[in-house]
Design a binder for this molecule. Structure first.
Ligand SMILES: *Cc1c(COP(=O)(O)O)cnc(C)c1O
Length: 361
C-alpha cells in the first residue's frame, strides 16, 4: 500500500488530520454532544410509515428543492420566515461547507474565535479557504470590542460565531452579532447548533430582517436527537439560498432523509421534550463537579467544559476503561462532558469523584 505522502495531494491538505472523535461502543458515551435519550415511539411509528411511502418512490430522484421539509423547518423556527429563506443539507457541516464553497475559496478567508468547533478549520482547508483563529477573551467570551478589533485587523471574508460555543459552552450576546455584522461587508454565520438548550437568550434569527449577509445555522443532530440522519439547516435572506443552489450537488438530500426529517419536525414538541431534563442534568453535573473542586465554565449548551484535571489524556483513558467516553480536546487541564440521562450523569459523577480531589488525575 502507498503512503499518503506518495499521492499528489493538494498543498493545503498536506500534514492535516481528519476529524476523529473516538467512536466506541461503550455504555456511557458522552463525547460528541448527542442527545442520549430514546426517541418518542409516536415519532418512530409515523417516520416508519413515511419512510415506507418514500421507498415506494425511490426509483425517482427526490424533490431537489425539498419544499415540504423547508416549509416544516420555517414553521418550526418561526419569526415569520418563508420556506425560501430556509435551506438544509446532510448535517450543518454540509451547510457550512456549501457556504464556504459559495463565499470562500482560494484567496478568501474564514475567521472565528478559538477554542471553537474543530470542524471550522477543516472545512476551510477542504474548500481552500484561509483560516484565521483569534483567541477568545477571559472566560472564553467574544465581546463586541473583540470581534470589531479582530475584523479590523484580519479583514476576513467570512466570520463564523459559534453561539453557544463548542467546546466551551459560552453563550453569546446578540450585541456581538450586531457589532460583527456592522464591522465588515462579508458573510456572517452564527452557528446555533445548541440553541434549543440556550433558553435564556434570543436567536440571531431575530436579526435577519434587513441583514442580507447574515446566516443562522442550526442542526437536528443535538437537541432533536437526530445525529444519525444527518440534517442541518439555515435561515437567511433568499439571495443566500440562491447562492447555495449554485454549489449544492443535485438531489443532495435523499428522499429518505427528507421523509424522516419532515416527520421529526412535525413531532418537534415530543422530539424536544428531553431538553429540560438534559439542562437539569447539565446543572447537576456542574454542581457536583464544582463541589469536588473542579472549574466548570458557564454553558448554554448540553455539555460542560471542565477544568482542574492534571492530565486530560489520562482522565480520558481511565474513564474509557470504565466504559465512559468524554472528550479531550487538547485544552490544557480540561475535558468536555456531554450531559446525558440521569443515570449516565450519575455514573460519570461517581467515576470522577473516585479520582479523589480535583487535580489528582
Ligand atoms: C455538533 C455541531 C454541529 C452539527 O453538525 P452536524 O453536521 O449537523 O451533525 C455544528 N456546529 C457545531 C458547533 C457543533 O458542535
Amino acid at each position: 500500500m502507498a503512503e499518503l505522502s506518495d499521492l499528489p495531494l493538494r498543498d493545503n491538505l498536506v500534514g492535516k488530520s481528519p476529524y476523529g472523535a473516538p467512536q466506541a461502543a461503550v455504555p456511557v458515551s458522552l463525547n460528541v454532544n448527542e442527545n442520549t435519550h430514546p426517541l418518542p415511539e409516536a415519532f418512530i411509528a409515523d417516520a416508519t410509515a413515511a419512510l415506507a411511502d418514500a421507498l415506494r418512490n425511490v426509483n425517482r430522484y427526490p424533490d431537489r428543492e425539498f419544499m415540504e421539509l423547508r416549509e416544516a423547518l420555517a414553521g418550526y423556527l418561526g419569526y415569520g420566515l418563508a420556506p425560501e429563506q430556509v435551506w438544509a443539507a446532510n448535517g450543518s457541516n454540509e451547510v457550512l461547507q456549501q457556504i464556504l464553497q459559495a463565499f470562500g475559496g482560494p484567496g478568501r478567508s474564514l475567521m472565528s474565535f478559538t477554542p471553537t468547533y474543530s470542524m471550522y478549520p477543516l472545512l476551510a482547508d477542504g474548500t481552500d479557504t484561509g483560516w484565521i483563529g483569534v483567541p477568545r477573551d477571559l472566560n472564553y467570551a467574544v465581546t463586541p470590542e473583540l470581534v470589531v478589533a479582530a475584523i479590523a485587523e484580519h479583514r476576513p471574508d467570512i466570520v463564523v460565531l459559534c453561539a453557544p460555543n463548542n467546546p466551551t459552552g459560552t453563550p453569546m450576546s446578540l450585541d456581538t452579532v450586531r457589532a460583527a455584522y456592522d464591522a465588515f461587508d462579508g458573510i456572517l454565520i452564527v452557528d446555533e447548533a445548541y440553541k434549543e438548550f440556550d433558553t435564556e437568550s434570543e436567536s440571531a434569527i431575530s436579526l435577519l430582517e434587513g441583514r442580507h449577509r447574515l446566516i443562522v445555522s442550526r442542526t437536528m443532530s443535538k437537541a432533536f436527537a437526530f445525529a444519525g440522519v444527518r440534517v442541518g439547516y439555515l435561515a437567511a435572506d433568499r439571495a443566500i439560498v440562491d447562492a447555495l443552489r449554485l454549489v449544492r450537488l443535485p438531489y443532495h438530500l435523499s428522499a429518505l432523509t427528507q421523509a424522516a426529517a419532515t416527520t421529526a419536525v412535525k413531532h418537534a414538541g415530543a422530539m424536544l421534550a428531553t431538553v429540560d431534563a438534559i439542562r437539569a442534568q447539565r446543572d447537576r453535573l456542574r454542581d457536583a463537579l464544582v463541589e469536588l473542586g473542579y472549574t466548570v465554565h458557564d454553558s448554554g449548551a448540553n455539555f460542560l467544559l471542565v477544568g482542574g484535571f492534571a492530565d486530560p489524556s489520562a482522565v480520558f483513558e481511565r474513564l474509557r476503561a470504565q466504559g465512559i467516553l468524554v472528550r479531550d480536546l487538547g485544552i490544557p487541564g480540561h475535558v468536555r462532558i456531554t450531559a446525558g440521562t440521569e443515570a449516565e450523569t450519575s455514573t460519570v459523577i461517581a467515576a470522577i469523584a473516585d479520582f479523589g480531589a480535583a487535580g489528582t488525575v
